[in-house]
Design a protein around this ligand. Structure first.
Ligand code: DX5
Ligand code: ZN
Length: 220
C-alpha cells in the first residue's frame, strides 16, 4: 500500500513559508491547518493563504479545516486550489452534501474526527469520501502527545475500507514521530501528518525520509 507523508506547516516559520516549503520538497502533500478560534482555541489562516501557498509550491495542499460551519466555508478552499479539503464531523451539518460539493469542484473530500468522536456513524458514508482523518491529539495545537486509544478507530476503518473495496486514504494527525508512526501504520493508517517532528529538526528532508521508511516497513 502507498504511504504518504504530509508535513504540517503549523510548526513552520510563518514569516518564511516559501523557504519552509522548500525544505519539505520530498513530502507527498503539504498539510495546511486552518483554525478559526471557535471550533478550536487557536487561530491560523484562511483561504487567501491557501492561494498564496499554492503559487509557491508544486506540492498538492492537504487542507484541514478546524472551523465551525464548514458547510459554508469549505467549498471556497476547493475553489482556491486545495487538492484535498477535510472538514470535521463535529462541525458539519450535512457531510454528504458537502463532500459531493467538494468533489464536484475537483477536490478530494475528507472527513475528520476528534479523539473522542466515534467512527461508527460514518462507516456507511465511506464511499462519499476520499480520505478519513483520525485525530490522534485534540485539534488546536502542534507538539502534543499521540493518543494511542484512537487506534481501534483506524482498525475499524481499515476493515470497512477493505470490505467495501474502497479507495479511501486513512490519515492520522497529531503527535506523529518515528515511534508513533509505526503504531499508526500497524493499525491501518497510510497517510501521516507530522508537524513538530518534521519542522523542529535541523533537517526536515531527513526526518521525512525517516518517517517514510518507518511507515513503509509497517503499513499493511
Ligand atoms: C493539530 C493539527 C496538526 C498539527 C500536528 O490540531 O491538526 O496538524 O500540526 O502537529 P504535531 O505533529 O506537532 O502533533
Ligand atoms: Zn491538522
Amino acid at each position: 500500500m502507498a504511504v504518504r507523508i504530509n508535513p504540517s506547516i503549523l510548526t513552520a516559520d510563518f514569516a518564511n513559508l516559501e523557504h519552509e516549503l522548500g525544505r519539505i520538497a520530498t513530502a507527498d502533500l503539504v498539510h495546511v491547518d486552518v483554525m478559526d478560534n471557535h471550533f478550536v482555541p487557536n487561530l491560523t489562516f484562511g483561504q487567501r493563504m491557501v492561494e498564496s501557498l499554492q503559487r509557491v509550491t508544486p506540492l498538492p495542499l492537504d487542507v484541514h479545516l478546524m472551523i465551525d460551519d464548514p458547510d459554508r466555508w469549505a467549498p471556497g478552499y476547493a475553489d482556491a486550489g486545495a487538492y484535498s479539503v477535510t472538514f470535521h464531523a463535529e462541525a458539519v451539518a450535512d457531510p454528504v452534501a458537502l463532500a459531493r460539493r467538494l468533489r464536484q469542484i475537483g477536490a478530494r473530500a475528507g472527513i475528520a474526527v476528534k479523539p473522542g468522536t466515534a467512527i461508527e456513524p460514518y462507516l456507511e458514508l465511506l464511499p462519499e469520501f476520499d480520505q478519513v482523518l483520525v485525530m490522534t491529539v485534540e485539534p488546536g495545537f502542534g507538539g502534543q502527545s499521540f493518543i494511542e486509544s484512537t487506534m481501534p478507530k483506524l482498525r475499524q476503518l481499515r476493515d470497512a475500507i477493505g470490505l467495501g473495496g474502497l479507495d479511501v486514504w486513512l490519515q492520522v494527525d497529531g503527535g506523529i514521530n518515528e515511534q508513533t508512526i509505526v503504531t499508526a501504520a500497524e493499525a491501518g493508517a497510510d497517510t501521516f501528518v507530522a508537524g513538530s517532528s518534521v519542522f523542529n529538526t535541523g533537517d526536515p528532508a531527513a526526518q521525512i525520509a525517516t518517517l517514510r521508511a518507518a511507515a513503509v516497513a509497517h503499513v499493511h
